[in-house]
Design a protein around this ligand. Structure first.
Ligand code: ADP
Ligand code: ASP
Ligand code: MG
Length: 451
């Protein structure tokens, strides 16, 4: 039985956290493989360094070294600390060389390389802590494992098939010999052997990729809340933990903004029916949320609500839309040339509307302007809107449930700009202005979860 355990930034963010996490790993039965994020705050620090590399590199290197060595010194005895340094120093030297390499800085994947550095050091700390406790452990980078990534800078996708082959060769033998591998999250290696990150929060996805590659029996995502909750607890303090969810429910909510899981975490585990648990590393006695193929229906109108802000609706008027599906295909073709995410599409007799990120509007308009004038009559853009994603039982099937949801939205005076209903069997999505998100989420939660 293999359990892949992922620990987030706060779960490895201090000496105490690393000690707590070591106990969680050792208390878990069967074979364990750990995937870790950088210590909390480190990736933000690296992002800031990329913005002003020449001025910030010395300060970054100093702070980086100090933070990791301080923890190592306190938790290891002298001999263990010397062993730690043997692995730490080459990684630190490589990082220093990277920040001083002016030619490398011109590479489009440079930022991926710099921001992926944090995971290489947190994994080392955890590995040496386990060794200090008398266990066999090995710290492996994504390079060592052969986690293959493809795609654009800062938003890679894993190649699951190649990663499975590589990890069969590079990681399974360690497990067979009784080692606990500690693997860097957040990034893979592209075809040029350069680090390519999976987007912010990407260690959850990396862990799901590792679970897929090793055909694990369970993936555990250990974080700083009790599980997947009915809303972001920072926004809705009354949010409650959900005991069980289906892959589809968790995938919709993660994709549309529930930060507890990276948007693409579910796909690699769903493919192989590997169950996933979200658990709290600060309260390991709490059972967490189980996400799997099946879950019982509890007749809850609303189970969880998430939101994604800073989106734009691009609305294209064309008199022919309803009679000319080829025009819709052409419009879609143009937009997809940029490879940007489209969060929702809706059509009417003479309109096609798309929901995309605010940052992608300019490039999308440039593509749409390449279409013929007789195919596109007018293009309207409404920016700074947010998508609200509601997941619940019978949201689609039962008459009146949509009405209940929208009456509640109306109570806070929010204007609904776009609705996507029926496209997913578990979610009801709609769009409101950015400024209405908080009151809408609060009232939906109050009426349909709390009451
Ligand atoms: P980690 O560093 O462990 O990956 P993150 O900060 O990325 O942790 O994700 C955990 C945070 O996600 C929680 O602290 C919580 O504030 C936020 N969050 C947002 N939506 C939800 C939700 N539906 N359920 C639980 N937590 C959520
Ligand atoms: N350390 C990375 C980030 O902060 C990846 C992660 O934490 O999942 O985005
Ligand atoms: Mg996270």
């Amino acid at each position: 039985m293999i359990t892949v355990m992922k620990f987030g930034g706060t779960s490895v963010g201090s000496l105490e956290a690393i000690e707590r996490v070591s106990k969680i790993v050792l208390d878990t039965e069967g074979d364990k493989v750990v995937v870790t994020s950088a210590m909390s705050g480190i990736t933000n620090f690296l992002v800031a360094c990329c913005e002003d590399r020449i001025n910030k590199r010395d300060e970054t290197l100093d702070a980086f070294e100090k933070k990791h060595l301080e923890v190592a010194k306190t938790m290891l005895d002298d001999a263990q600390y010397q062993e730690f340094l043997k692995e730490f120093q080459p990684r630190m030297d490589a990082f220093t060389a990277l920040l001083y390499d002016d030619t490398a800085a011109d590479n489009p994947f440079y930022k991926d390389n710099v921001t992926s550095q944090g995971e290489r050091f947190s994994s080392l700390l955890l590995c040496h802590k386990l060794r200090a406790l008398g266990h066999k452990s090995v710290a492996l980078t994504s390079e060592d494992c052969g986690i293959v990534a493809e795609g654009r800078p800062l938003s890679g996708n894993a190649n699951l098939r190649m990663t499975e082959t590589n990890m069969g060769i590079n990681v399974l033998p360690y497990i067979a010999k009784g080692y606990i591998p500690i693997i860097t999250g957040f990034y893979g290696i592209n075809k040029d052997d350069l680090p390519l990150t999976f987007g912010r929060g990407g260690s959850d996805y990396a862990a799901a990729v590792v679970a897929n590659a090793l055909n694990a029996d369970m993936l555990e995502i250990w974080t700083d809340v009790d599980g997947f909750m009915s809303a972001d607890p920072r926004v809705v303090p009354a949010a409650v933990k959900i005991d069980e969810m289906s892959y589809a429910e968790a995938a919709e909510l993660a994709y549309f903004g529930a930060k507890v899981l990276h948007p693409r975490t579910i796909e690699p585990v769903r493919k192989k029916h590997i169950p996933l648990k979200v658990r709290n590393s600060f309260r390991p006695e709490e059972k967490g949320t189980l996400i799997s193929r099946y879950r019982e229906s509890h007749n809850e109108l609303l189970r969880s609500v998430a939101s994604k802000c800073d989106l734009s609706i691009i609305s294209i008027s064309s008199p022919e839309v309803a009679y000319r599906p080829d025009i819709v295909a052409k419009i879609l073709g143009k937009i997809s040339e940029n490879d940007d995410a489209i969060y929702s599409i809706s059509t009417s007799l003479s309109n096609v509307a798309f929901l995309i990120d605010n940052n992608d509007v300019k490039a999308t308009l440039m593509k749409l302007n390449e279409l013929d004038n007789d195919e596109v009559e007018r293009i309207d853009v409404e920016s700074d809107v947010a998508l609200i994603c509601c997941v619940g039982d019978h949201l689609m099937g039962q008459s009146g449930t949509c009405g209940d949801i929208f009456s509640a939205v109306k109570e806070v005076g929010a204007n609904v700009n776009m609705i996507s209903e029926g496209a997913s069997s578990v979610a009801l999505n709609f769009v409101v202005p950015n400024g209405d998100v908080l009151p809408v989420i609060k009232i939906l939660h109050k009426k349909f979860v709390e009451e």
